[in-house]
Design a protein around this ligand. Structure first.
Ligand code: SME
Length: 180
């Protein structure tokens, strides 16, 4: 069998390394550092001129699903008759209703503050919708001082979310809430 020359192997490797395939496969420098200002601008473009709440929530969840790395669920729970009811989301099917005060979502809703859980197995009362989830961030949505729902994001990695995610997501929700 004819062996490829070192030269042809190295030139093929170089061609492969220069191709889009390897660029796409590389972990990005921003792996856990999403560019939230860019995501905010994208969201503004998506919801500009659209007043429908479901359409805007759906596009926001799809945008976060597209732009954030290392997540396995992103979506909204909306306040209906003093319960959190599942809204637009991306990921596996999830529980439809959560009581205020229950789980991570209900806790963030009860205190109207962002909750970051580094290891969901250590969070008393965590509601496991997807058994592969290991960390979670829940950001409350306040419109005119009233809680209207929460944004919930899960990750299969422990300790995926930090204060930069909190700040970026809280700013993103300010943009979204103007259109809800
Ligand atoms: N883990 C959440 C439940 C919702 S799912 O993660 C989509 C909680 O504890 O509230």
């Amino acid at each position: 069998m004819q062996q490829p020359s070192d030269k042809s192997v190295s030139s093929r490797l170089k061609a492969f390394a220069d191709s889009d395939r390897i660029a796409a496969a590389k972990p990005t420098a921003t792996d856990a550092d999403a560019d939230y200002s860019m995501i905010c601008r994208q969201l503004e473009g998506l919801i500009d001129g659209e007043k429908d709440r479901v359409a805007n929530l759906a596009n926001c969840s799809a945008l976060l699903w597209q732009e954030l790395t290392g997540i396995n669920w992103v979506g909204f729970y909306l306040i209906k008759r003093n319960k959190l009811v599942l809204g637009p989301f991306q990921g596996k099917p999830a529980c439809s209703r959560i009581e205020i005060g229950q789980g991570v979502c209900g806790t963030a809703a009860a205190i109207s503050k962002t909750v970051i859980v580094a290891d969901v197995h250590q969070f008393p009362g965590h509601i496991a919708c997807d058994l592969t989830s290991k960390s979670e961030i829940v950001v409350p949505m306040l419109k005119d001082g009233q809680l209207i729902g929460v944004l919930d994001i899960d990750s299969p990695a422990v300790d995926r979310f930090d204060h930069r995610d909190q700040q970026g997501l809280e700013e993103l929700l300010q943009v979204l809430i103007l259109r809800l």
